[in-house]
Design a protein around this ligand. Structure first.
Ligand code: GAL
Ligand code: CA
Length: 353
């Protein structure tokens, strides 16, 4: 090889390593990447649908803690953009990820990601947003870590029923025996949002409690959007609202902010609010009497199970090796939900320590 050619090869090598490096930093700035950065450990490629999601920030923390000293977790912020997430998956595979841990942006994109992973024989652990059963069935190295979505709706319904039964003298403001409610829904099409919305109401009805929906709309799991919705509903219905049901705590907190502006939670002005997740900010509201209760969505164990399975997969082991997790017939690890009120608030606190 001539000297000139050698120089060209070298500069190409330098250029491509610069390209790779900028590829990393561009995902760190525009996509936001973080990880344990221990290059000697097996690499696990991860995505979170958006870092700026209250509950997912706790799942992320648990994943990062669980990864320490075990795997090199390369975690990307998909910024709620499915196209961006697909690119991130391509990059993670190119960087040598031995397994993938994917929190989908759009549950419908699961097949696209499985196709990419399958082509390289890389196992995929989906978490938090459950893909269709057929997608998991179609690839023997695809798994899910999450919950049984309907359970959170059932528990929230039971919690509302108990609270209503013991407070209806005060809470049934128009004395018609029915709960006039507004419902803040999570992202439409998200299995958790759909199931919570259905099962909370089905559960109330099955307990013989009559309900009347005043309003329902999505606030996309988001506190700020929930405040805006609630502002509009408070000005339209005001005291007619007898219950605020939120698919998650983020939106419950957003609703409380709106209600506070309207003078609620001072003197006798009160409306019961419930959520799901049991994030620390919601537990604080329960202690202050501004929230009736929530349902623990166990971020710590979901994050840990995701990394446990992904680490085993990256090491070519059975995904459950050395763990206590169990797979159901859909190849899913399902972490249970727990009803949380003032009476057992410590359970929620311990889960988010
Ligand atoms: C749900 C959680 C929501 C939101 C969503 C994101 O399980 O309750 O707060 O984080 O996941 O997919
Ligand atoms: Ca009523």
């Amino acid at each position: 090889m001539s000297l000139k050619k050698k120089g060209l090869v070298l500069s190409l090598a330098v250029a491509s390593s610069i390209l790779l490096a900028t590829g990393c930093s561009s995902s760190a700035t525009s996509g936001g990447a973080s990880g344990s950065n221990d290059a000697k450990l097996p690499a696990v490629g991860g995505t979170i649908y958006k870092f700026d999601d209250n509950f997912m920030s706790y799942v992320r923390r648990s994943m990062e803690d669980s990864a320490k000293g075990k795997v090199n977790l390369m975690l990307n912020d998909s910024q709620n953009d499915q196209a961006k997430q697909i690119e991130q998956v391509d990059t993670l595979i190119a960087k040598g990820a031995k397994s993938l841990a994917i929190n989908l942006v759009d549950p419908k994109a699961a097949q696209t990601i499985v196709d990419k992973a399958k082509a390289k024989d890389i196992p995929v652990i989906f978490f938090n947003k459950e893909p269709d059963e057929a997608v998991l069935k179609g690839y023997d190295k695809a798994y899910y870590v999450g919950t049984t979505s309907s359970e959170s709706g059932v528990l929230q319904g039971e919690l509302i029923a108990k609270a209503w039964e013991s407070n209806k003298d005060k809470w049934d403001k128009n004395h018609d025996g029915k709960i006039q409610y507004v419902l803040l829904k999570g992202e439409p099409g998200h299995p958790d949002a759909e199931a919570r919305t259905k099962y909370v109401i089905d559960t109330l009805k099955s307990k013989g409690i009559q309900v009347e929906q005043l309003a329902m709309d999505t606030a996309m799991w988001d506190a700020t959007k929930a405040t805006e919705k609630m502002d509009a509903w408070v000005s339209k219905y005001n005291d007619k609202i007898e219950f605020v049901i939120a698919n998650n705590d983020g939106m419950a907190l957003g609703a409380i902010a709106s209600l506070e502006k309207a003078g609620y939670f001072t003197g006798d002005k009160f409306v019961p609010v419930v959520g799901v997740d049991a994030i620390p900010e919601a537990l604080e509201m329960i202690e202050k009497g501004k929230m009736v209760g929530t349902v623990l969505n166990d971020a710590k164990n979901q994050g840990k199970a995701t990394v446990d399975l992904a680490a085993n997969a990256a090491n070519g082991k059975d995904v459950l090796a050395g763990t206590d997790w169990k797979l159901d017939d859909k190849k899913a690890v399902r972490v249970p939900y727990i009803e949380i009120t003032k009476d057992n608030i410590q359970v929620g606190k311990d889960a988010y320590k």
